[in-house]
Design a protein around this ligand. Structure first.
Ligand code: GLA
Length: 371
Protein backbone atom coordinates (compact mmCIF):
# COMPACT_ATOMS: atom_id res chain seq x y z
CA UNK A 1 0.00 0.00 0.00
CA UNK A 2 1.21 3.51 -0.79
CA UNK A 3 0.12 6.39 1.42
CA UNK A 4 0.10 9.89 -0.02
CA UNK A 5 0.05 12.88 2.28
CA UNK A 6 0.14 16.56 1.26
CA UNK A 7 1.20 19.61 3.25
CA UNK A 8 1.20 23.19 1.95
CA UNK A 9 3.72 26.01 2.11
CA UNK A 10 2.56 29.22 3.77
CA UNK A 11 2.54 32.96 3.51
CA UNK A 12 2.61 34.92 6.71
CA UNK A 13 0.24 37.86 6.13
CA UNK A 14 1.69 39.65 9.15
CA UNK A 15 3.47 38.92 12.46
CA UNK A 16 7.13 38.33 11.62
CA UNK A 17 9.58 36.99 14.22
CA UNK A 18 6.81 37.07 16.81
CA UNK A 19 6.41 33.28 17.11
CA UNK A 20 9.48 32.56 19.24
CA UNK A 21 8.56 35.62 21.34
CA UNK A 22 5.20 34.00 22.17
CA UNK A 23 3.29 36.75 20.34
CA UNK A 24 0.82 36.75 17.46
CA UNK A 25 0.91 36.02 13.72
CA UNK A 26 -1.59 35.71 10.87
CA UNK A 27 -0.52 33.20 8.19
CA UNK A 28 -2.42 31.47 5.38
CA UNK A 29 -1.72 28.10 3.76
CA UNK A 30 -0.72 28.28 0.08
CA UNK A 31 -2.11 26.26 -2.83
CA UNK A 32 1.48 25.02 -3.42
CA UNK A 33 2.16 21.80 -1.54
CA UNK A 34 4.61 19.01 -0.87
CA UNK A 35 3.42 15.42 -1.23
CA UNK A 36 5.11 12.48 0.53
CA UNK A 37 4.25 9.07 -0.97
CA UNK A 38 5.20 6.30 1.42
CA UNK A 39 5.21 2.53 0.86
CA UNK A 40 6.05 0.97 4.25
CA UNK A 41 7.88 -2.35 4.49
CA UNK A 42 9.53 -4.36 7.26
CA UNK A 43 13.02 -2.93 6.65
CA UNK A 44 15.20 -0.97 9.04
CA UNK A 45 15.43 2.25 7.02
CA UNK A 46 13.42 4.71 4.97
CA UNK A 47 14.87 5.29 1.54
CA UNK A 48 13.76 8.67 0.28
CA UNK A 49 13.90 10.35 -3.12
CA UNK A 50 12.88 13.85 -4.19
CA UNK A 51 11.83 15.28 -7.54
CA UNK A 52 14.29 18.09 -6.85
CA UNK A 53 17.41 16.07 -6.12
CA UNK A 54 19.33 13.27 -7.75
CA UNK A 55 19.68 9.92 -6.07
CA UNK A 56 18.09 8.27 -3.05
CA UNK A 57 19.02 8.85 0.61
CA UNK A 58 18.87 5.86 2.96
CA UNK A 59 17.90 6.93 6.49
CA UNK A 60 18.26 4.20 9.16
CA UNK A 61 15.29 4.12 11.57
CA UNK A 62 17.65 4.83 14.46
CA UNK A 63 19.06 7.99 12.84
CA UNK A 64 20.44 10.67 15.18
CA UNK A 65 21.14 14.42 14.72
CA UNK A 66 24.21 15.08 12.62
CA UNK A 67 23.92 11.96 10.47
CA UNK A 68 21.91 13.32 7.51
CA UNK A 69 22.16 16.78 6.00
CA UNK A 70 20.64 18.66 3.05
CA UNK A 71 16.96 18.30 2.09
CA UNK A 72 16.70 14.73 3.48
CA UNK A 73 17.59 15.97 6.97
CA UNK A 74 13.99 17.23 7.35
CA UNK A 75 12.69 13.70 6.67
CA UNK A 76 15.31 12.20 8.99
CA UNK A 77 14.48 14.81 11.64
CA UNK A 78 10.80 13.88 11.60
CA UNK A 79 11.67 10.17 11.91
CA UNK A 80 13.96 10.99 14.83
CA UNK A 81 11.44 13.28 16.58
CA UNK A 82 8.66 10.69 16.24
CA UNK A 83 10.82 7.96 17.76
CA UNK A 84 12.03 10.28 20.53
CA UNK A 85 8.36 10.86 21.42
CA UNK A 86 7.78 7.11 21.61
CA UNK A 87 6.02 6.62 18.25
CA UNK A 88 6.90 3.76 15.94
CA UNK A 89 8.39 4.49 12.53
CA UNK A 90 8.32 1.72 9.91
CA UNK A 91 10.93 1.27 7.20
CA UNK A 92 9.91 1.78 3.59
CA UNK A 93 10.31 3.79 0.40
CA UNK A 94 9.29 7.43 0.36
CA UNK A 95 9.19 9.79 -2.59
CA UNK A 96 8.73 13.53 -2.29
CA UNK A 97 7.26 15.84 -4.91
CA UNK A 98 6.74 19.54 -4.32
CA UNK A 99 5.82 22.79 -6.00
CA UNK A 100 6.67 24.89 -2.93
CA UNK A 101 9.62 27.02 -4.02
CA UNK A 102 12.67 26.35 -1.83
CA UNK A 103 14.48 29.13 0.03
CA UNK A 104 11.91 31.75 -0.92
CA UNK A 105 10.40 32.18 2.55
CA UNK A 106 7.30 30.09 1.76
CA UNK A 107 8.21 27.34 4.22
CA UNK A 108 9.19 24.51 1.95
CA UNK A 109 10.85 22.98 5.02
CA UNK A 110 7.68 22.91 7.15
CA UNK A 111 5.73 21.53 4.18
CA UNK A 112 8.28 18.71 3.88
CA UNK A 113 8.23 18.01 7.62
CA UNK A 114 4.42 17.98 7.85
CA UNK A 115 3.98 15.83 4.71
CA UNK A 116 6.56 13.31 6.01
CA UNK A 117 4.97 13.24 9.44
CA UNK A 118 1.48 12.75 8.01
CA UNK A 119 2.63 9.95 5.71
CA UNK A 120 4.42 8.05 8.49
CA UNK A 121 1.64 8.42 11.05
CA UNK A 122 -0.99 7.45 8.46
CA UNK A 123 1.04 4.26 7.88
CA UNK A 124 1.17 3.38 11.59
CA UNK A 125 -2.34 4.60 12.42
CA UNK A 126 -0.96 6.86 15.18
CA UNK A 127 -3.37 9.68 16.09
CA UNK A 128 -1.42 12.81 16.94
CA UNK A 129 -3.25 16.05 17.64
CA UNK A 130 -2.37 18.76 15.07
CA UNK A 131 -0.66 20.96 17.68
CA UNK A 132 1.51 18.05 18.79
CA UNK A 133 2.31 17.34 15.14
CA UNK A 134 3.47 20.95 14.82
CA UNK A 135 5.65 20.59 17.93
CA UNK A 136 7.18 17.35 16.63
CA UNK A 137 7.93 18.93 13.25
CA UNK A 138 9.46 21.94 15.00
CA UNK A 139 11.60 19.62 17.14
CA UNK A 140 12.84 17.96 13.93
CA UNK A 141 13.84 21.35 12.54
CA UNK A 142 15.34 22.74 15.77
CA UNK A 143 17.14 19.72 17.16
CA UNK A 144 17.90 17.54 14.13
CA UNK A 145 18.35 20.05 11.29
CA UNK A 146 19.71 22.71 13.66
CA UNK A 147 17.58 25.73 12.64
CA UNK A 148 16.31 27.63 15.74
CA UNK A 149 12.92 28.51 14.18
CA UNK A 150 9.53 29.01 15.86
CA UNK A 151 6.19 27.27 15.30
CA UNK A 152 4.64 29.58 12.72
CA UNK A 153 5.31 27.53 9.60
CA UNK A 154 4.17 24.15 10.92
CA UNK A 155 0.95 25.51 12.47
CA UNK A 156 0.11 27.32 9.21
CA UNK A 157 0.72 24.20 7.13
CA UNK A 158 -1.34 21.98 9.44
CA UNK A 159 -4.26 24.31 10.25
CA UNK A 160 -4.67 26.19 6.93
CA UNK A 161 -8.12 26.31 5.33
CA UNK A 162 -9.57 27.87 2.14
CA UNK A 163 -10.40 31.60 2.37
CA UNK A 164 -9.08 31.59 5.93
CA UNK A 165 -6.19 33.27 7.71
CA UNK A 166 -5.09 31.89 11.07
CA UNK A 167 -4.70 34.15 14.08
CA UNK A 168 -2.11 32.27 16.12
CA UNK A 169 -1.39 33.11 19.74
CA UNK A 170 1.97 31.44 20.36
CA UNK A 171 1.73 31.70 24.13
CA UNK A 172 -1.44 29.64 24.42
CA UNK A 173 -1.00 27.87 21.07
CA UNK A 174 -4.49 28.82 19.99
CA UNK A 175 -5.33 29.04 16.30
CA UNK A 176 -8.39 31.14 15.44
CA UNK A 177 -9.80 31.23 11.90
CA UNK A 178 -10.20 34.70 10.36
CA UNK A 179 -12.11 35.12 7.07
CA UNK A 180 -9.63 36.13 4.38
CA UNK A 181 -11.08 36.52 0.91
CA UNK A 182 -9.68 39.69 -0.67
CA UNK A 183 -10.75 38.57 -4.17
CA UNK A 184 -14.37 38.75 -3.02
CA UNK A 185 -13.75 42.49 -2.35
CA UNK A 186 -11.99 43.28 -5.62
CA UNK A 187 -8.49 42.98 -4.13
CA UNK A 188 -5.77 40.56 -5.20
CA UNK A 189 -3.10 39.09 -2.96
CA UNK A 190 0.04 39.31 -5.05
CA UNK A 191 3.02 37.10 -4.31
CA UNK A 192 6.25 38.58 -5.63
CA UNK A 193 9.15 36.16 -5.45
CA UNK A 194 12.35 38.18 -5.62
CA UNK A 195 14.31 35.02 -6.49
CA UNK A 196 16.94 36.05 -3.96
CA UNK A 197 17.35 33.22 -1.49
CA UNK A 198 17.62 33.11 2.28
CA UNK A 199 18.97 30.60 4.78
CA UNK A 200 17.71 30.40 8.34
CA UNK A 201 20.25 28.08 9.85
CA UNK A 202 22.57 31.07 9.33
CA UNK A 203 23.49 33.32 12.21
CA UNK A 204 21.19 36.28 11.48
CA UNK A 205 17.99 34.54 12.56
CA UNK A 206 19.65 33.28 15.74
CA UNK A 207 21.07 36.75 16.41
CA UNK A 208 17.58 38.34 16.20
CA UNK A 209 16.27 35.71 18.55
CA UNK A 210 19.11 36.33 21.01
CA UNK A 211 18.44 40.10 20.98
CA UNK A 212 14.79 39.52 21.90
CA UNK A 213 15.76 37.15 24.69
CA UNK A 214 18.29 39.66 26.08
CA UNK A 215 15.65 42.40 26.27
CA UNK A 216 13.26 40.05 28.07
CA UNK A 217 16.05 39.19 30.51
CA UNK A 218 16.92 42.90 31.00
CA UNK A 219 13.27 43.50 31.91
CA UNK A 220 13.15 40.50 34.21
CA UNK A 221 10.45 38.67 32.23
CA UNK A 222 10.53 35.31 30.49
CA UNK A 223 9.54 36.60 27.02
CA UNK A 224 8.59 39.73 25.09
CA UNK A 225 4.98 38.54 25.28
CA UNK A 226 4.93 39.42 28.95
CA UNK A 227 6.09 42.90 27.96
CA UNK A 228 3.29 43.15 25.36
CA UNK A 229 0.72 42.17 27.97
CA UNK A 230 1.70 45.14 30.14
CA UNK A 231 -0.03 47.47 27.66
CA UNK A 232 0.77 50.35 25.29
CA UNK A 233 3.29 52.20 27.46
CA UNK A 234 5.78 49.34 27.41
CA UNK A 235 8.06 50.80 24.75
CA UNK A 236 9.29 53.44 27.17
CA UNK A 237 10.14 50.84 29.78
CA UNK A 238 12.00 48.77 27.19
CA UNK A 239 14.09 51.79 26.22
CA UNK A 240 14.84 52.51 29.86
CA UNK A 241 15.70 48.96 30.90
CA UNK A 242 17.46 47.38 27.91
CA UNK A 243 21.20 47.93 27.84
CA UNK A 244 21.86 47.61 24.09
CA UNK A 245 20.28 50.19 21.72
CA UNK A 246 20.19 47.63 18.88
CA UNK A 247 18.31 45.22 21.12
CA UNK A 248 15.81 48.01 21.87
CA UNK A 249 15.04 48.34 18.16
CA UNK A 250 14.65 44.58 17.80
CA UNK A 251 12.19 44.50 20.70
CA UNK A 252 10.34 47.51 19.33
CA UNK A 253 9.73 45.61 16.10
CA UNK A 254 8.33 42.60 17.94
CA UNK A 255 6.11 44.66 20.24
CA UNK A 256 4.71 46.89 17.49
CA UNK A 257 4.33 43.89 15.17
CA UNK A 258 2.19 42.05 17.74
CA UNK A 259 -0.13 45.06 17.84
CA UNK A 260 -0.19 45.24 14.02
CA UNK A 261 -1.35 41.61 13.86
CA UNK A 262 -4.26 42.38 16.19
CA UNK A 263 -5.06 45.60 14.30
CA UNK A 264 -4.99 43.73 11.00
CA UNK A 265 -7.43 41.11 12.28
CA UNK A 266 -9.75 43.90 13.42
CA UNK A 267 -9.76 45.66 10.03
CA UNK A 268 -10.11 42.37 8.13
CA UNK A 269 -13.30 41.68 10.06
CA UNK A 270 -14.69 44.79 8.29
CA UNK A 271 -13.06 43.72 4.97
CA UNK A 272 -11.11 47.00 5.13
CA UNK A 273 -8.28 46.02 2.81
CA UNK A 274 -7.12 49.63 2.40
CA UNK A 275 -6.29 49.78 6.11
CA UNK A 276 -4.90 46.23 6.08
CA UNK A 277 -2.58 47.41 3.28
CA UNK A 278 -1.36 50.35 5.37
CA UNK A 279 -0.65 47.96 8.23
CA UNK A 280 1.32 45.71 5.85
CA UNK A 281 3.45 48.67 4.75
CA UNK A 282 4.07 49.72 8.37
CA UNK A 283 5.16 46.16 9.13
CA UNK A 284 7.64 46.28 6.25
CA UNK A 285 9.10 49.55 7.55
CA UNK A 286 9.50 47.99 10.99
CA UNK A 287 11.30 44.94 9.55
CA UNK A 288 13.54 47.29 7.55
CA UNK A 289 14.31 49.95 10.18
CA UNK A 290 14.05 48.13 13.51
CA UNK A 291 14.54 44.42 12.89
CA UNK A 292 16.96 44.95 10.02
CA UNK A 293 15.97 41.82 8.08
CA UNK A 294 15.07 43.24 4.67
CA UNK A 295 17.46 43.84 1.78
CA UNK A 296 17.75 46.70 -0.75
CA UNK A 297 16.27 44.35 -3.36
CA UNK A 298 13.25 43.48 -1.20
CA UNK A 299 12.72 47.12 -0.15
CA UNK A 300 12.72 48.17 -3.80
CA UNK A 301 10.00 45.63 -4.62
CA UNK A 302 7.79 46.61 -1.67
CA UNK A 303 8.21 50.38 -2.22
CA UNK A 304 7.61 50.14 -5.96
CA UNK A 305 4.46 48.07 -5.47
CA UNK A 306 3.00 50.70 -3.12
CA UNK A 307 4.00 53.59 -5.36
CA UNK A 308 2.34 51.85 -8.32
CA UNK A 309 -0.98 51.52 -6.52
CA UNK A 310 -0.81 48.57 -4.11
CA UNK A 311 -2.81 49.16 -0.91
CA UNK A 312 0.23 47.88 0.97
CA UNK A 313 3.19 45.56 0.65
CA UNK A 314 5.58 43.74 2.95
CA UNK A 315 8.22 41.07 2.95
CA UNK A 316 6.91 37.75 4.23
CA UNK A 317 8.89 35.13 6.14
CA UNK A 318 12.17 35.10 8.00
CA UNK A 319 13.88 37.74 5.86
CA UNK A 320 17.12 38.47 3.98
CA UNK A 321 15.44 37.81 0.62
CA UNK A 322 12.49 35.69 -0.41
CA UNK A 323 9.04 37.05 -1.19
CA UNK A 324 7.03 40.25 -0.90
CA UNK A 325 3.23 40.14 -0.63
CA UNK A 326 1.01 43.01 -1.75
CA UNK A 327 -2.70 43.76 -1.52
CA UNK A 328 -3.62 45.25 -4.88
CA UNK A 329 -6.97 46.42 -6.31
CA UNK A 330 -7.70 43.96 -9.10
CA UNK A 331 -7.62 46.67 -11.79
CA UNK A 332 -4.06 47.66 -10.70
CA UNK A 333 -2.54 44.18 -10.75
CA UNK A 334 -0.95 44.50 -14.20
CA UNK A 335 0.35 48.03 -13.54
CA UNK A 336 1.89 47.04 -10.20
CA UNK A 337 3.47 43.90 -11.67
CA UNK A 338 4.95 45.84 -14.58
CA UNK A 339 6.26 48.62 -12.33
CA UNK A 340 7.99 46.08 -10.08
CA UNK A 341 9.53 44.20 -13.02
CA UNK A 342 10.81 47.44 -14.52
CA UNK A 343 12.27 48.83 -11.27
CA UNK A 344 13.96 45.53 -10.43
CA UNK A 345 15.35 45.22 -13.98
CA UNK A 346 16.70 48.79 -13.90
CA UNK A 347 18.45 48.07 -10.59
CA UNK A 348 20.10 44.99 -12.11
CA UNK A 349 18.35 42.39 -9.92
CA UNK A 350 16.95 39.09 -11.15
CA UNK A 351 13.47 39.15 -12.75
CA UNK A 352 10.84 38.44 -10.07
CA UNK A 353 8.12 35.82 -10.40
CA UNK A 354 4.76 37.48 -9.75
CA UNK A 355 1.59 35.46 -9.15
CA UNK A 356 -1.83 35.98 -7.61
CA UNK A 357 -2.45 33.71 -4.68
CA UNK A 358 -5.06 32.85 -2.07
CA UNK A 359 -5.63 30.99 1.19
CA UNK A 360 -5.84 27.24 0.53
CA UNK A 361 -6.36 24.03 2.50
CA UNK A 362 -4.01 22.70 5.16
CA UNK A 363 -2.23 19.34 5.36
CA UNK A 364 -4.12 16.10 4.80
CA UNK A 365 -4.10 12.67 3.17
CA UNK A 366 -4.58 12.23 -0.58
CA UNK A 367 -6.46 9.30 -2.07
CA UNK A 368 -4.56 6.10 -1.22
CA UNK A 369 -3.49 4.16 -4.28
CA UNK A 370 -3.17 0.37 -4.10
CA UNK A 371 0.56 -0.38 -4.07
C1 GLA B 1 10.84 31.60 9.60
C2 GLA B 1 10.71 30.70 10.80
C3 GLA B 1 9.42 30.98 11.57
C4 GLA B 1 9.27 32.47 11.88
C5 GLA B 1 9.53 33.31 10.63
C6 GLA B 1 9.56 34.78 10.90
O1 GLA B 1 9.86 31.30 8.66
O2 GLA B 1 10.72 29.35 10.40
O3 GLA B 1 9.39 30.23 12.74
O4 GLA B 1 10.10 32.87 12.93
O5 GLA B 1 10.77 32.95 10.01
O6 GLA B 1 8.29 35.23 11.27
Amino acid sequence: MTIRYAAPGRINLIGEHTDYNFGFALPIALPQRTVASFAPDHGDAITVTSDRADGAVRIPLGTAPGEVDGWASYVAGVMWALRQAGHSVPGGAMSITSDVEMGSGLSSSAALECATLGAITSATGACIDAKDQALLAQRAENDYVGAPTGLLDQLASLFGAPSTALLIDFRDLTVEPVVFDPDGCGVALLLIDSRSRHRHAGGEYAARRASCERVAADLGVSSLREVHDRGPSVLASVTAAATDPVDVRRARHVLTENQRVLDCVAVLSDSDFAEAGRIFTASHASMRDDFDITTAHIDLIADTAVRAGALGARMTGGGFGGCVIALVPIDRVEVVGEAVRRAVGRAGFERPVITRTYAAAGAGPLVTAPG
